[in-house]
Design a protein. Structure first.
Length: 189
């Protein structure tokens, strides 16, 4: 009887630890693998990063220059079910257990514009509200083909990769709703 009680106690402890780990992964922190070169020279293909999901959990404001992970499926709303399933699919420790043959839905990008900002692209420089951005994280001169002014709507952000000439970002997919921000870069390891 004592052995059965110890086994049950051990199973309870493992289940509690598992539930705590899942909760942390869904709502607080998540390790993510970077795919592609769109954030070079800041981040490289196969870099491992940890994102803080507290921005999403508490719906807190993002800052200019924040490196974030977004859900690129902008044609649909994100739900709690998405948060749960996608946190396992993209987690560097659990993703091997899922079929990842579909396109990568998470993109790592930098926040360039927030609600109400007006962005212009002129002579390979980004202007936010009439002021040229100093972007020392870009390694080569970008080529911009956007001609019109872009006003960021309420509840949206404008994101771009640091490798501007090789990045699918808000210039192609449009402004990103806040609810599609998965988390903010905390550390690279």
């Amino acid at each position: 009887m004592k052995i059965i009680k110890e086994i049950i106690s051990l199973i309870k402890q493992v289940l509690i630890a598992f539930i705590i780990a899942i909760t942390i992964n869904i709502f607080i922190l998540q390790p993510v693998l970077v795919y592609g070169s769109s954030m070079e020279p800041t981040l490289h293909d196969k870099d491992k990063i940890v994102i803080s999901k507290l921005t999403r959990t508490f719906n807190s404001e993002l800052n200019y220059g924040d490196i974030i992970v977004i859900d690129s499926r902008l044609d649909r709303e994100r739900t709690l079910i998405d948060d749960i399933i996608d946190s396992f699919k993209s987690n560097i420790f659990t993703r091997r257990f899922f079929d990842n043959t579909d396109e990568r839905i998470f993109h790592v990008k930098r926040v360039i514009g927030k609600p109400g900002d007006v962005l212009e692209f002129y002579k390979d420089v980004v202007y936010r509200n009439g002021i040229a951005l100093e972007e020392d994280y870009i390694s080569e001169d970008p080529r911009y083909f956007v001609k019109e002014k872009i006003t960021i709507p309420e509840g949206y952000i404008f994101i771009m990769g640091d490798n501007r000439n090789n990045s699918k970002d808000s210039r192609q997919i449009g402004c990103v709703p806040y609810d599609h921000v998965i988390g903010k870069l905390l550390i690279k390891f």
